[in-house]
Structure formats: structure tokens, C-alpha cells
Design a protein around this ligand. Structure first.
Ligand code: FRU
Length: 478
């Protein structure tokens, strides 16, 4: 059961959806196959789980404006990760322990009960923050009852302590929380519990020291993949370093081994998950097929958030397409989930394309929501794919550098993100009305970004400054 206050907030949010539906839906930049807020601001995906045969993705949601604030948990469900249903609002910031936001968290199945863990964000009259890790439960997967606080702030950390991710290992529950230590280092902090309500503090298992790796780590996720323990975190405060760390905040991972007996995590270096402009706060889950799936926010906090053109239509941000993770030679590869093939319509095929210092368009290879697949790519010089006269993907064979350029939606200037990639064999691009996700070599590197082209421009142009060959396929997606 929900409190009267929570029910009241939910009604206000529902009224806001109703009131703004027409304007939101009139936006030509509304995406066709990505999860978006019905109105207002969406940020992190939360509580990603495959539960009783249904996929659930909750999301951080501010229904009343296109800025951040006291977050709700919105809710989508799906049988196939492709077709989604907007469900009843799961959580509203109604209680003393979460009144300024039901912040990010995760979901588990506990003896058949869908159980959520989230951060209760609270601010006092002076704006001083408190943080509580809270629990909520549902028997049917759509109606959630809050159970209150299960974990208070341990000593040694500031109130920037949030985003619990919970999992089970050998009949014991573990929770990892994103934190800032008292001397302002970002940390990932581990807890253990037998009953989900009493949590033992095991200490920080990863993090910076003396400011060497960010002042706060958000949204940790720890999971086993191919016998390794992967820790995903979103550090804040890393300085740009050549091609690395050019967004306002980062999102990446460590591969290592977690010794659950001695509580020690030995790991390698941090690697960014995505090389594009908008990608943050990813969350993973395992489904019934045993796949490790990832979905992320197609946005970054504090990065041009007040400049998105969709604000005029009363909404902002979206989630990425769901991806399957694989560990290949110690590196996470991300592949669009297989089910997305269901969206394919009207296949167009051009085998054995050979471009010799030329620019070329292919008939029927254009559109706003399309998938492009280039296979057996080979050549010399630079391959450029112009996307709706607004963005460009380039691969430089001589230097082994992949680049995504776009016209900034802030000032129209060209901005770019890059990564080193020794060879390019395949390229799979998911274009939607205002987004692009490019998977190179079956997900070895990914570029994710929002783009806001002229809605009448559907052109995709290929260019080679020397000699490039590939097989090309294209589908309309809807
Ligand atoms: C990451 C984040 C989380 C927090 C949530 C609030 O984008 O700042 O750390 O829980 O968003 O909406």
C-alpha cells in the first residue's frame, strides 16, 4: 500500500502526463524505438530485471519540469526488450526518508517478491543533504510498497552516498554503493546481508586516493562475467586526457577478481564503456537466457542539459538500446540485443561496394530511424559516413582512429569524440530521429550520441578519400 502522500504525488504526476501529452508527442525528435519519459526529465535506468518472464526497466524521472529535482521512479515493462509498455508509476518522493528524491537503485527477486533498493535523498532547510538506502516491494510487479530505510550512512563518507546495486552470491546478499569519502575521493563501498534488512559494512573495495580518480563515484554495478568480476562505475571529476574523459562525467569499468572471503578486489585499469557524447549510469542484469544485459542513460549530468531542443516540447533525455555484454580478451564488448532484429523492415542490400576517392549515396539507404550494417570493411585512407548533414563517423585506416563528429546543438560548432581502434571490420549503426549508436567490430567500441538534424534531411552519404570496400545492408526500423 502507498501512503496518502505518495498517492497524491502520483496523481499530480499522472495529471502532468495527461496535460502535456499532445505537445510532447508533437516533437519530431521524439524517438521511435528508445525509452523516453512521457513528460519531463528522464535520467538513469534503475531496477533493470527479468522477472517472471518480463523485463522491467525503471527510470529516474522528474515529471514536473525538464530539469533535475525530487525524482520519481517511472516504469516500463517488456516481453522482448523491443516493445515496451509504460507502467504505473513505481515510486514517488513522499516520505521523510526520500522526500527530495527516490534516487537510483536496483531490483532483485526475493522469494518471488520483486524487491527494489534505492537511495532516499533528503535535504534540510539549509540544503544539507542526508542519504538513506531504502527498500520497496511488489508482489505483482506493478504496485510497490515502501519498506523504509535499510541502511544509514556509515562513518567515513559524505552524504554523497547512493545508488545501491544488490546481488546474491552463495546465498548471501551483497550491495555496492557509490560514494565520496570524507577526504573527497570517489569510492565503491561493499555491504553484506543475510536478510536484506541488516547490512554489514565491508568497506570500500575500489576508489581513488588523494583525488587521483575523481571526487565521487556514482552508479556502481558489480557482476560476474566469464569468470571475472566486472565493476562498472561513473566517476565524477576526471580530467580530459587526450581522447579520454571528454564528457563532463565518465562511465566505465574495471575487470578483476573479487575475493569474497577477504573482501579484496584486485583489478586492472579503468576503461570507458562508450566513446560518444551521451552515455551514463548504465545498469546491467542477467536474464533467463543467462545473458548479461546493459541499458544506459543516453545523457550525461550537467552536460548541455538546458540546451536540448526537446525542452521546447516539455521532455528531455532517453535510454540507449539494450545491449548484451561479452568479455573478449579482458575487454567488455557491447552488442545490440538480438531481439532488435524484430524492428527491421524493408531490407536493402549492396554487396561488394567499392569506393575509389568518391562520395556516394545509395538509393533507399537513407531515413530517420534506420539500421546500417557494413561488413567485410577493408581499405586505405579515410572512410566517412555523413549522417543527415549533422554528424559524421570517420575511420582513419592509417592512424587507426575512429571519430564521431557532430554539429553541437548548443552553438552549431563541430565537436568530436575519438578512440583508437587498430582495425575496422564491421560497423553497425542504429539511427533514430535524434540519436545515433555506432557499434564497431561487433561492439568492441561504441559511440552513443544525441543528434538533432533537420527533420527533413534523411541523407546518409558515404565517402572514401582513397579506396574502401564493404558489403552494405540497411533496414528501416519501426
Ligand atoms: C546519476 C545520479 C545518481 C543519482 C541520480 C539522481 O545520474 O546523479 O547518482 O542517484 O542520478 O537522479
Amino acid at each position: 500500500m502507498k501512503s496518502a502522500r505518495e498517492q497524491q504525488l502520483i496523481q499530480l504526476a499522472e495529471a502532468e502526463i495527461e496535460k502535456n501529452q499532445a505537445i510532447v508527442n508533437a516533437d519530431p525528435y521524439r524517438l521511435r524505438y528508445h525509452l523516453m519519459p512521457p513528460v519531463g526529465l528522464m535520467n538513469d535506468p534503475n531496477g533493470f530485471i527479468h522477472w517472471r518472464g518480463t523485463y522491467h526497466v525503471f527510470y529516474q524521472w522528474m515529471p514536473f519540469k525538464t530539469g533535475h529535482g525530487a525524482k520519481f521512479w517511472g516504469h516500463y515493462s517488456s516481453a522482448d526488450l523491443v516493445h515496451w509498455r509504460h507502467e504505473k508509476i513505481a515510486l514517488a518522493p513522499s516520505e521523510w526518508f526520500d522526500k527530495d528524491g527516490c534516487y537510483s537503485g536496483s531490483a532483485i527477486d526475493h522469494n518471488g517478491t520483486l524487491t527494489l533498493f534505492y537511495t532516499g535523498n533528503v535535504k534540510d532547510e539549509k540544503g544539507e543533504r542526508s542519504t538513506y538506502q531504502c527498500m520497496a516491494v511488489s508482489e505483482n510487479g506493478t504496485d510497490f510498497t515502501k519498506k523504509g530505510v535499510v541502511l544509514e550512512l556509515p562513518s567515513g563518507y559524505t552524504a554523497h552516498f547512493r545508488d545501491p546495486k544488490v546481488w546474491k552470491k552463495d546465498d548471501v546478499w551483497y550491495m555496492i554503493v557509490g560514494a565520496q569519502s570524507e577526504n573527497l575521493d570517489g569510492k565503491a563501498v561493499l555491504f553484506r546481508s543475510k536478510d536484506l534488512t541488516n547490512w554489514e559494512h565491508l568497506g570500500a573495495i575500489a576508489g581513488g586516493h588523494d583525488g587521483d580518480f575523481g571526487y565521487m563515484w556514482e552508479c556502481p554495478d558489480l557482476f560476474e562475467l566469464d569468470g571475472k568480476d566486472v565493476l562498472i562505475v561513473c566517476p565524477q571529476g576526471l580530467k580530459p586526457n587526450g581522447m579520454l574523459y571528454n564528457n563532463v562525467y565518465q562511465s566505465g569499468y574495471f575487470v578483476g577478481e573479487l575475493d569474497y572471503n577477504n573482501i579484496q578486489y584486485v583489478h586492472g585499469d579503468f576503461t570507458e564503456l562508450d566513446r560518444g557524447f551521451e552515455f551514463y549510469a548504465p545498469q546491467t542484469t542477467v536474464d533467463a537466457k543467462g545473458r548479461r544485459l546493459l541499458i544506459a542513460w543516453m545523457g550525461v549530468p550537467d552536460q548541455y542539459e538546458d540546451k536540448h531542443p526537446t525542452i521546447a516540447y516539455k521532455w528531455i533525455h532517453a535510454l540507449t538500446i539494450p545491449r548484451e555484454l561479452e568479455l573478449v580478451n579482458g575487454k567488455l564488448h557491447q552488442r545490440p540485443v538480438e531481439e532488435l532484429k524484430k524492428l527491421r523492415r524493408e531490407e536493402v542490400v549492396y554487396p561488394n561496394v567499392a569506393l575509389m576517392s568518391e562520395t556516394k549515396q545509395f538509393s533507399n539507404v537513407s531515413g530517420q530511424s534506420v539500421e546500417l550494417l557494413l561488413e567485410r570493411i577493408d581499405g586505405r585512407g579515410i572512410l566517412t559516413i555523413h549522417i543527415r548533414d549533422n554528424a559524421k563517423f570517420l575511420y582513419d585506416y592509417e592512424n587507426g582512429i575512429a571519430t564521431l563528429e557532430r554539429k553541437s546543438f548548443v552553438d552549431g560548432q563541430v565537436e568530436k569524440r575519438q578512440c583508437q581502434l587498430n582495425e575496422l571490420r564491421t560497423l553497425r549503426m542504429f539511427l533514430d530521429t535524434s540519436s545515433v549508436e555506432i557499434f564497431l567490430n561487433d561492439g568492441e567500441e561504441v559511440f552513443t550520441a544525441r543528434i538533432f538534424p533537420d527533420s527533413n534531411n534523411e541523407q546518409i552519404i558515404f565517402q572514401a578519400n582513397d579506396r574502401i570496400s564493404f558489403d552494405l545492408k540497411k533496414w528501416k526500423l519501426c
